[in-house]
Design a protein around this ligand. Structure first.
Ligand code: ADP
Ligand code: MG
Length: 580
């Protein structure tokens, strides 16, 4: 007898089930996708004991004709494609024709269905792969699939199932993924006979709000951009809603949920500047692309995809998000204002009342930005100038906050955080342009260091210079900083040098200049930014406000915290219960 045998059909399906139905949640995903492919407008899910005992999906879709019922359960039988050309531009969620066959091989399954033409429904039952003859049954148009005792005949697999609560949590996540992708379909979910979710057919923003909550919707920006054959739309969470894990990340390609490395990279890059590296953004984003330009047949569960032109997709996703996430301060403010709630006319003293003439010489400004501030005009009699978005400074509070007034009311700025952002963006664009201005120090700053730091400094002169530093060895245990980046000339040079050398030691010069670069810049910007308790003149404060307006993404510090906040007159009125 030959040693090599063709495996029996049931065993083949049980092997496939290992990939396609890893746990109840994966069976649920396949059933929900079938309902969507059948054009269902309403889908009900009923789970018992996390879906292990029973998992039922009922839809009002097109249904399956009687003669097709056994075929639906057969391996490699599908109504969705007939040729390779179809496969290459497949638009349905399913096409492999193996989900039901795999589920049937490892469970007791009942399939009831009725098409528009049928006078009544038909059902077939199946246990461990043995299919019964169709029998009449009762159901209005659509399909119901009930899967019981998953893995009852494959005990080794059954052992891998976790507690009911864990399996339910996985099922609920699958349910949310699917519900987020088809807002025009109504969904409900019951667990152990208790209603958990009920989602009416609605528009995308309402569905996202219903599934992920108001907090997410409020702390995110709406994105919608098209370029050629690509469109990206959805909600991108702002740093205020960032997470410690990747949980709230929903990305869809042609309405199919995917976890794709290329996409993940593009998204991470887009968030890099506004999000601390150990925080994760939340988002619900839909990429739409000609199906012929993406291969979905890469993975048995189709969670990964392959793009024909992956570079173009990467760039598109990165640019759209990057742009959406770097609003000018004006947009930033507008997003906070309640829609349809225009501001009332401001009732405050005009700019001319500000004692700008009395401001001290702008020494700080000069050290900060290397030039005299453009004093905002506003002397009495001069034509009234426009009020800039962040307004004009009124005072400094406790050495920490700048208070300013604009046409909406009061602006409160975190001085250190705002300056840190400005310094960071400056360093970054200087490096991008290959023109980090160096400021030689009249008196080099010397400091003690260990041998490794000395060696690092000697070895990586070129990299240090690129970053704007000149650091020389004075002896085996001492270094001298001779120049620092011009944007940082008032910072503690020794501190800065230590921070840079530490990074180079830890990650190597080339990584520090590439992937680690922005983190390093953030660290040195933090050292270089004005410290709390530094007393600023009004002119200096105004200079900082103007710099913030001119700086991209100035509304958030490098760690994703806001740098300023607007209190409208209406907000203040509310505090004082005026006009109530
Ligand atoms: P695939 O979805 O890859 O085609 P499946 O094994 O999931 O493979 O389903 C096999 C076939 O059964 C489908 O192609 C479809 O014709 C039919 N089918 C399954 N579920 C449904 C449903 N809920 N409504 C209508 N037809 C269905
Ligand atoms: Mg399917």
């Amino acid at each position: 007898m030959s040693a090599i045998r063709v495996l029996p059909e049931l065993l083949i399906n049980q092997i496939a089930a290992g990939e396609v139905v890893e746990r109840p949640a994966s069976a649920l995903k396949e059933l929900l996708e079938n309902s969507l492919d059948a054009g269902a407008g309403e889908i009900t899910v009923q789970l018992d004991r996390g879906g292990i005992k029973s998992l039922k999906v009922l839809d009002n879709g097109s249904g399956i004709a009687r003669e097709d019922l056994p075929l639906a359960l057969a391996r490699h039988a599908t109504s969705k494609i007939t040729s390779l050309e179809d496969l290459e531009r497949v638009a349905s969620l399913g096409f492999r024709g193996e989900a039901l066959a795999s589920i049937v091989a490892v469970s007791r399954l009942e399939l009831i269905s009725r098409t528009a033409k049928d006078k009544h429904a038909w059902k077939i039952e199946c246990a461990g792969g043995a299919i019964q003859k169709p029998a009449p049954a009762a159901l209005s148009q659509g399909t119901g699939v009930e899967v019981q005792d998953l893995y009852f005949n494959t005990p080794a697999r059954r052992k891998f199932l976790k507690t009911d609560a864990t399996e339910f949590a996985h099922c609920e996540e699958v349910f949310k993924r699917i519900a987020l992708s088809r807002f025009e379909t109504a969904f409900s979910l019951h667990h152990n006979a208790r209603a958990q979710w009920h989602l009416a057919a609605q528009d995308a923003p309402d569905r996202i709000k219903a599934v992920l909550g108001e907090n997410f919707a409020d702390a995110s920006v709406w994105v919608d951009e098209q370029s050629g054959l690509l469109r990206l739309w959805g909600l991108a969470g702002l740093p205020a809603y960032s997470r410690g894990t990747r949980e709230s990340q929903y990305f869809y390609v042609n309405r199919r949920f995917v976890r794709d490395k290329l996409i993940a990279h593009a998204v991470r890059e887009a968030y890099q500047d506004i999000l601390h590296h150990d925080r994760h953004p939340a988002f619900v984003l839909f990429l739409e692309i000609d199906p012929a330009l993406v291969d979905v047949n890469v993975h048995p569960t189709k969670i990964e995809v392959r793009f024909r032109d992956s570079r173009a997709v990467h760039q598109f996703v990165y640019h759209v998000l990057n742009k959406a996430l770097s609003p000018s301060v004006i947009q930033h403010d507008a997003s906070r204002a309640a829609p349809g709630n225009p501001f009332t006319a401001p009732t405050y003293a005009t700019q001319s009342a500000m004692p700008l003439g009395a401001a001290q010489p702008a020494v700080f400004y000069q050290t900060l930005f290397g030039a005299q501030p453009k004093t905002p005009s506003g002397a009495p009699g001069e034509p009234q100038q426009e009020i800039p978005p962040l307004g004009f400074a009124l005072a400094q509070l406790q050495g920490i906050y700048i208070l300013a007034q604009n046409d909406k009311g009061l602006v409160v700025v975190d001085m250190h955080a705002a300056h840190e952002r400005i310094v960071y963006e400056k360093l970054k664009s200087a490096l991008d342009n290959g023109a980090t201005a160096m400021q030689p120090l009249l008196i080099p700053v010397t400091f003690n260091s260990d041998k490794l730091d000395v060696a690092t400094a000697e070895e990586h002169q070129a990299a240090l210079r690129e970053l704007g530093f000149e650091i020389a060895a004075l002896g085996p245990n001492a270094l001298a900083v001779r120049a620092v980046p011009a944007a940082l000339k008032d910072a503690d040079a020794a501190e800065l040098a230590r921070a840079v050398l530490k990074d180079i030691r830890e990650y190597g010069a080339s990584r520090v200049l590439t992937e680690r670069r922005n983190e390093l810049l953030a660290t040195i910007a933090c050292h270089g930014a004005v410290c709390a308790n530094r007393i600023l003149s009004l002119a200096e404060m105004n200079a900082l406000l103007r710099e913030m307006e001119a700086t991209e993404r100035a509304s958030q510090c490098n760690h994703g915290r806001p740098t300023w906040y607007q209190f409208s007159i209406a907000d203040l009125d509310k505090l004082f219960m005026r006009g109530q």
